[in-house]
Design a binder for this molecule. Structure first.
Ligand code: LLP
Length: 423
């Protein structure tokens, strides 16, 4: 019944907001983000890089809600985009085009033309074909495109294989040998100014060593280019800084240590350093609120069936990612162990297996931790489940920054065949 589970739990505050009241008002599942936690991350990174000529371009893919992007814009953070959709969002949020870098292996003619028309700062180019297309489109538009060559430094980021990008077998970037040829021929391009380097070796990186290896290779190549008469105005060191999903297990690199490495490696570089953090700025600032639908006893285990599912948070299903799950209940519950699962009809719709936590009952509210990055942005409507609401919390107040999708919105655009066309 509706009253089950409402009772003796104490207040659970996140950025000063009572999560029980919040869940009652916006209902579950719901993504909640702390504005103060995001501001702290921005400020922390900015102060670590203070004194260095740098620009932070937030990787929009991590959390692309326009309210989050507006928060970035307010703090002078630019954007790293990979599609026209992300470009639109960034501009809508007030991020100036000249603070936007465009990455990705599959930029189309249309995307390049649109990005040139609004005047994005630079293109991180990932193939010779793309470089030639950029020249062609820029010439047609009578403009000069600024470009950086994305280097694949062939280093192992020692993270999950699905989010490793800096090995030569990965689709990203080009070898230093290929990039060397690009620069040698750059003079023949009338409408592309190739004066930057870019490298991004992967995501959720928890060790400094892979960064050191990759950045050292990039910097050595930069010096070689400068000596060969190719000035380099910017070096984009990508994103990838890991965060804490599991207390006591994940030990993220402190921003100051990362910045310290960058200062040493690029001590002789006089241009602008670009950073593309995504996860680092938003992951730990987000939680996913979900309610227990029922506890289902199995043969040898108990299933906690919750109202969030893999369509709301894909990371556990896709990467076997570990997210903290905290029942927001009083301290008087006995310990228990559950497989925490969603209602979607796949075995992979599992948030945790055999997880120790307080005993739960139907109606209990749970908080799934560190979901601010690659949570809502990877959501789908699989099993025809509407997209969850998103709320921004700020010092005891909250604003709905995405209302729960309605059934009508979910099927908008679909229609029964009315006209049969011939091709
Ligand atoms: N720059 C480029 C070119 C990227 O491809 C990415 C992420 C970033 C920056 C930002 O990386 P971050 O700072 O967030 O690590 N869905 C996966 C993560 C995919 C990352 C894709 N590229 C996950 O949930 O773990």
């Amino acid at each position: 019944g509706a009253s089950r589970g409402i009772g003796r739990e104490g207040p659970s505050l996140f950025d000063g907001v009572d999560l029980h009241a919040l869940a009652a008002q916006v209902s579950t599942p719901c993504h909640a983000y702390s504005a103060n936690a995001i501001r702290e991350r921005i400020a922390g990174l900015q102060s670590a890089f203070q004194g260095l000529d740098h620009r932070i371009c937030y990787a929009v893919k991590a959390n692309s809600n326009v309210a989050i992007l507006q928060l970035m814009a307010h703090h002078g953070v630019g954007a790293d985009i990979v599609s026209l959709g992300e470009l639109n969002r960034a501009l809508l949020a007030g991020i100036p085009a000249e603070h936007i870098v465009f990455s990705g292996v599959g930029k189309t003619t249309e995307e390049i033309a649109s990005a040139l028309a609004v005047g994005v700062w630079r293109f991180n180019v990932e193939s010779l074909d793309e470089l030639q297309l950029l020249q062609e489109v820029a010439q047609r538009h009578g403009v000069c495109a600024r470009a950086a060559a994305r280097i694949n430094p062939d280093v192992d980021a020692r993270t999950h294989e699905k989010i490793s990008t800096g090995k030569s077998e990965n689709k990203f970037g080009v070898s230093i040998d290929e990039a060397r040829r690009w620069f040698a021929n750059a003079g023949s391009m009338s409408n592309v100014l190739l004066d930057g380097l870019h490298a991004h070796i992967g995501s959720q990186i928890l060790e400094l060593e892979p960064f050191r290896e990759a950045l050292t290779r990039v910097e050595a190549f930069r010096r070689e280019l400068v000596d060969a008469g190719h000035p380099i105005a910017s070096v984009d060191i990508g994103g990838g800084l890991g965060v804490c999903y599991r207390k006591g297990v994940d030990h993220p690199i402190p921003a100051a240590e990362y910045a310290g490495l960058v200062r040493v490696v690029f001590a002789e570089f006089q241009g602008t350093l670009v950073l593309e953090p995504g996860r680092y700025l938003v992951a730990e600032a987000g939680i996913l609120l979900t309610r227990v639908i029922r506890v289902k006893p199995g043969v040898d285990r108990s299933f906690l069936v919750v109202d969030a599912a893999m369509n709301d948070l894909l990371r556990p299903s896709l990467y076997e990612a570990w997210h903290e799950i905290v029942p927001l209940v009083g301290g008087d519950r006995e310990p228990a162990r559950y497989d925490v699962v969603g209602p979607v009809c796949e075995t992979g719709d599992t948030f945790a297996r055999g997880r120790a936590m307080a005993r739960c009952e139907a109606g209990d509210l749970l908080s799934i931790g560190s979901t601010g990055a690659y949570g809502a942005s990877m959501a789908s409507t699989y099993n025809s489940r509407p997209l969850a609401a998103e709320v921004l919390l700020d010092d005891g107040r909250y604003a709905v920054i995405r209302r729960r999708q309605t059934m009508a919105e979910m099927i908008a655009g679909e229609q029964l065949p009315q006209v049969w066309n011939e091709t």
